[in-house]
Write a protein that binds this ligand. Structure first.
Ligand code: GLN
Ligand code: ZN
Length: 760
């Protein structure tokens, strides 16, 4: 009998109940008790689903109020020094994640922690902060409480924990002069306490996630695994979980660890199985991650059945588990909520609930159940039919891509020659101020869009309403005296979904939400066919905005790598091909925008970095095609058309050359949360074009004061020649309210004025 499990389940709830409860709690509309009961309902529901699907274990410890890495920090009693005076509570957790409201400037001692992307996903975690004298003391009982909660409901529980080395690896050192590895012994002691406590709760197996094993770790890290797991062994059984890429390159090391089993992601790296079987101790269980936790396509169960049947026969002595490739955190919750998909399209997908069924069905088939074997065969029919689908790999699209040459990705002039055309055209002041694109998405805007979608609002009324919003946004920006304006993106539900809806080749969903960070969820579209552009997508709105003002309005597009990165990709076509298809569509859009009188066009690529393959040795190949796709989308711009791009993350050093190779005239980036640390990358590498380092953190409701932003700008001006320095927030403002936005931008413009004076 194969045992079944998943690595984790979405925590947001079928209808994003967690999101809504959190936001109500933060607004002071519900009590902590009500918030806790909302969380409990979701957990119970998730466990019941897993049990109903017949899984051998329900996973506990995957629920988090904000983020599972932050949960681990609390569990370990390891929180940033500036939050330590407080007794640990849910509010401590939220203030680490979001900063503390009303604490004055962004530099206050209660600033939010850094947030960054979880491996190559679009999930963000709160980065642990390590300093020399850190202590670890198991202090937050959520995990233990939830284990008992699940047990009291009669579930067979498998808790999940982030492993100590991954936890340590993912954190930042607050003081660069010390090596966080020095904290490992103390950290391991705390983990032993945790595991012992879990054991006392009557648990057999703990899933301990060490996804960093899939990276190409250097020896100083790899060597730590053996002693660490030596120390951790002896209480509960440990299933070491790896995912997002293969671990074939470190199987020797893994095989020496004192654990009791290994989970392999066989979706991204099927080839590692045979080596694992040959290398790992026979007593270990192997957990076969075959159901893709981060895509929406139905699994080809029949294929897996024929691949795995001989494996199970040949290794009949070994115990196998079957499960998801990684946590289902990255997958939408329930396909049956989608009532508007065509029967054919609907038959291609499986969301988290459906994936539970896939695990069950495959395990029954592998156990020799003939009915299940037959069912697997039938299950795979639509999967295979789709692969033959005539609407993919169309000849004309393939030919347009095959016909591209290097010259198609190059602008007519170099930046150094374009810049004078742009100065002439735009006549901007020193340190021009701008924003990243979106302005607050008010309830009214949301209501307008949803009324239009549901057919309750006629098209011309909808247009008028959006135009009014654009006009208001333009007026606000003029009043604030910003230099480069934006139309505000009121017509966009989401920066990728909007394009997915306007391009052809995507399927969007109504409820396919996935957590991005905290209460923020995104609804990735699905690439189902070749991507093409039936008509201009943004020209009308940008042109309208420009008609209202003499100041330049920046057109706003989402770049090819980000559209691809934040949608569910096809499994039968390379990412590179799809990126180029999208790039061609955007190239036509750029051309239409400039012809319509838009002199500045921003092509956002916030997902460029997270698209990096897990393994370093594969980075360059990815960066090459990613850069090519971006450049292709911008290459139709005239010399006087200023191309901006935007990225919002803080680990930049590694890709700086590729960022520079994008050849955007201006790049805006996130730096405020890390106190301009990001700009270190620019110390060594002279970025040749213009830069807007974000001077305030839009992820937090704090209104930064003029002093704080001025000081950040001073730092930036030391590294970037001020002729090439821009002033802007670090991301779009759609999640903020108007009051705080107005106040923050007012201070930002004032800070730019102070600096202009100083530099003059
Ligand atoms: N233009 C987008 C906005 O302002 C960019 C968002 C992002 O980088 N994530 O919302
Ligand atoms: Zn951003």
């Amino acid at each position: 009998m194969v045992t079944t499990h998943i690595l984790g389940f979405p925590r947001i709830g079928e209808h994003r109940e967690l999101k809504f409860a959190l936001e109500r709690y933060w607004r002071g509309e519900i009590s902590q008790q009500e918030l806790e009961s909302a969380g409990q309902t979701i957990r119970r529901h998730n466990w019941t689903k897993q049990k109903e699907s017949g899984l051998g274990y329900v996973t506990v410890g995957d629920f988090a109020w904000y983020d599972h890495v932050l949960n681990t920090s609390l569990l370990l009693g390891h929180i940033p020094a500036r939050h330590r005076s407080q007794t640990l509570s849910l509010d401590t957790l939220f203030s680490i994640a979001r900063g503390k409201e009303g604490s004055g400037c962004g530099c206050s001692n209660r600033a939010a922690s850094d947030m960054t992307k979880w491996f190559n996903t679009n999930y963000h975690y709160i980065v642990p902060e390590f300093s020399q004298d850190d202590k670890f003391e198991v202090s937050w009982t959520q995990l233990f409480d939830e284990i008992q909660e699940a047990q009291s409901l009669g579930h067979q529980v498998k808790p999940v924990l982030i492993g100590p080395l991954t936890y340590l690896y993912l954190g930042n050192e607050t003081d660069k002069s010390f090596d966080k590895k020095a904290l490992l012994p103390a950290l391991v002691d705390a983990y032993r306490v945790i595991l012992e406590r879990i054991k006392q709760l009557g648990v057999d197996w703990v899933q301990i996630d060490e996804p960093i094993l899939a990276l190409e770790l250097d020896e100083s890290w790899l060597d730590l695994f053996k002693p660490t797991y030596e120390s951790l062994s002896g209480s509960v059984k440990l299933l070491l979980a790896t995912y997002f890429s293969g671990v074939g390159h470190v199987l020797e090391t893994i095989g020496e660890l004192k654990v009791d089993g290994l989970h392999l992601d066989l979706v991204t790296a099927p080839q590692q199985l045979s080596d694992a079987l040959a290398t790992l101790p026979a007593s270990w269980i192997i957990s076969l991650g075959v159901i893709n936790g981060r895509n929406v396509w139905k699994a080809d169960l029949d294929k897996w059945l024929s691949v795995l049947t001989p494996v199970l026969n040949d290794f009949s002595e070994r115990e196998f588990w079957i499960g998801s490739s990684c946590s289902l955190l990255h997958s939408p919750v329930d396909l049956t909520l989608e009532k508007t998909l065509s029967v054919e399209t609907g038959s291609w997908f499986a969301f988290a609930y459906q994936k539970l069924e896939e695990v069950r069905l495959l395990s029954e088939a592998l156990d020799g159940n003939e009915k299940a074997q037959k069912a697997c065969e039938e299950y795979s029919i639509p999967v295979r039919q789709r692969q033959k689908n005539v609407r993919v790999n169309k000849k004309e699209v393939a030919e347009r891509i095959a016909g591209l040459t290097a010259a198609n990705s190059v602008r007519k002039l170099d930046y150094s020659d374009r810049v004078s055309y742009q100065q002439e055209e735009l006549k901007l002041p020193l340190l021009p101020t701008t924003t990243i694109g979106s302005f607050p998405q008010t309830d009214d805007i949301r209501k307008t869009r949803s009324a239009f979608r549901q057919g309750r609002l006629a098209e011309n009324e909808y247009k008028t309403a959006i135009q009014q919003e654009i006009a208001r946004t333009i007026r606000e920006q003029e009043a604030l005296d910003l230099d480069v304006l934006v139309h505000g993106e009121a017509e966009r539900n989401d920066m990728v979904e909007y394009f997915a809806e306007n391009l052809s080749g995507f399927q969007t969903t109504k409820f396919g939400w996935v957590q991005s960070y905290g209460s923020r969820c995104v609804k990735p579209a699905i690439v189902v066919e070749d991507v093409t552009r039936p008509a201009p997508m943004t020209v009308e709105w940008s042109q309208y905005a420009q008609s209202l003002t003499k100041r330049p309005v920046k057109g706003m597009l989402t770049g090819p790598v980000t559209i691809l990165g934040w949608t569910f990709p096809r499994e039968d076509v390379s990412r590179e091909t799809v990126a180029l298809q999208i790039a061609l569509a955007l190239k036509d859009e750029v051309d239409d925008l400039q012809k319509a009188g838009i002199g500045i066009i921003q092509i956002d690529e916030p997902a460029l970095r997270e698209g990096l393959p897990i393994k370093q040795t594969e980075h360059q190949a990815y960066l090459d095609w990613a850069v090519r796709a971006f450049r292709l989308s911008a290459a139709s711009a005239w010399p006087e058309t200023q191309i901006h791009t935007h990225m919002c993350y803080s680990e930049f050093n590694e890709i700086i050359e590729s960022v520079s190779a994008l050849d955007a005239d201006v790049i805006t980036i996130e730096t405020s949360r890390s106190n301009m640390a990001l700009l270190d990358a620019f110390r060594e590498f002279r970025y040749p074009n213009e830069i807007g380092p974000g001077v305030y953190d839009i992820h937090s409701p704090n209104v930064p004061d003029v002093e704080w932003m001025t000081s950040l700008l001073r730092k930036a001006a030391k590294l970037i020649p001020h002729q090439r320095l821009w002033v802007n927030p670090d991301c779009g403002l759609k999640t903020r309210g108007w009051t705080e936005t107005r106040a923050a931008l007012k201070n930002m413009v004032a800070a730019a004025r102070v600096l202009r004076k100083e530099l003059a």
